[in-house]
Design a protein around this ligand. Structure first.
Ligand code: IPM
Ligand code: MG
Length: 390
């Protein structure tokens, strides 16, 4: 029974295995991280995406251009606008990232990317992979770094979400074996786990954080999560001054709301899907996903984005101009520090702290609040007052 279906599924699985083994080899052959101080010029790609993406990206790119004006004039920084990462264009090419767009992305060193719409299975649109997920894979952006800070509660968390493996590695390549049996796959590699663990521990060491928590579900997802856990623990031994603890993802979601326990967490390292879920929860404590930026770091490239989606409903309801640019602005601050402009990055974060706490310009997502453009101008004025005319 079902011999043909089993055979077809096995063939599909074989192809996936070959591609994943090849990916693992590619990871091993990679060089070291880009040293931005050694580049004559840093190219910043600005890719608006779709939905509210272009609106919030424009404000963030304007703020970056303001902060980097002198560097642009001196030819040390170049902004490059990249169009074409819209759902319409992606469907027209039937590709998560059309080839010409990918080629342009690869000409940049770092990318500021607006949210992009992802078709969901069964919504009537073609089964195109999420552009974020595809970009993370195509540029091998293996670490998704997401900070959440609530100073008044003593919360200062940094999540190191593995970004190219786990349930996402072949998330669009599952198989319907028969009409009644569907299979997805979870992928963990040695190199993939070690490199995210190393980044998390290095960050903890460099920033004086004395605890790294490894989050997983190794009691149930034994093979892949078990491997992730064991490899992270091994790396942890190289950092004797840092306490390593291990938590299952379910209890972690609970402990994040436990006022007695939550502030003990500092640095988290976790597989892709758990990182996706828990960083939305964490961002909510800070004021919502609209307040949280995200850095996607690889050895050669890095991409900075909001942690939320493209909010197509806001566009459908004609509210796009009221979109909140704060998450993209936080991502822009992360971009600045990543390429070595640490003072500018701090200034932007401080300006955002001031602007987000102010009652003068409130973003509500509707016409009773200020527009995205008004908020962007407010941030620039605040920066101007902080650091003087540039
Ligand atoms: C995120 C987003 C993406 C993800 C979606 C849009 C595919 O939720 O960046 O967290 O699941 O990674
Ligand atoms: Mg998410």
């Amino acid at each position: 029974m079902y011999e043909k279906q089993i055979e077809a599924a096995a063939e599909h699985f074989k192809a996936l295995l070959a591609r994943q083994l090849e990916r693992n080899e590619n990871i091993k052959s990679q060089g070291d991280f880009t040293d931005y101080t050694k580049l004559d010029k840093i190219v910043i790609g600005v890719c608006g995406g779709d939905g509210i993406g272009p609106i919030i990206t424009k404000q963030s790119a304007d703020v970056l251009a303001y902060l980097l004006k002198d560097e642009v004039a001196a030819g040390k920084i170049e902004f490059k606008t990249i169009d074409g990462l819209t759902i319409e264009n992606r469907i027209a090419h039937m590709k998560a990232i059309p080839d010409d767009v990918l080629a342009e992305l690869k000409q940049c060193d770092v990318i500021l990317k607006g949210p992009t719409t992802t078709p969901q299975a069964g919504d009537g649109r073609p089964n195109i992979e999420s552009a974020n997920v595809a970009m993370r894979k195509a540029l091998d952006l293996f670490a998704n770094v997401r900070p959440v800070r609530i100073p008044e509660e003593g919360i200062d968390w940094t999540f190191f979400r593995e970004n190219t493996e786990g349930a996402y590695a072949v998330g669009s390549d599952g198989v319907n074996v028969t009409d009644e049996l569907a299979f997805d796959f979870v992928v963990t590699t040695t190199e993939g786990s070690q490199r995210i663990a190393r980044l998390a521990y290095n960050y903890a060491r460099a920033n004086g954080k004395d605890r790294v928590s490894i989050i997983q579900k190794a009691n149930v997802i034994k093979t892949t999560d078990g491997k992730f856990l064991n490899l992270c623990k091994e790396i942890g031994k190289e950092y004797p001054e840092i306490t390593t603890d291990e938590w299952y993802i379910d209890i972690t979601t609970a402990k994040l709301i436990d006022p007695k326990r939550r502030r003990d967490f500092k640095v988290f390292v976790l597989p892709n899907l758990y990182g996706d879920i828990i960083t939305d929860e964490a961002a909510e404590f800070q004021g919502g996903v609209g307040t949280a930026g995200s850095a996607n770091i690889g050895k050669k490239y890095a991409m900075f984005e909001a942690i939320h989606g493209s909010a197509p409903r806001m566009i459908e309801e004609g509210r796009g101009q009221y979109a909140d640019p704060c998450s993209m602005l936080r991502a822009s601050a992360m971009l600045l520090s990543h390429i070595g402009y640490v003072n500018e990055s701090k200034a932007l974060d401080e300006a955002l702290d001031i602007c987000m706490a102010s009652d003068e310009y409130k973003i509500t997502g509707r016409s009773d609040g200020c527009t995205c453009a008004e908020f962007g101008e407010f941030v620039k004025r605040t920066l101007h007052a902080m650091i003087g005319a540039k």
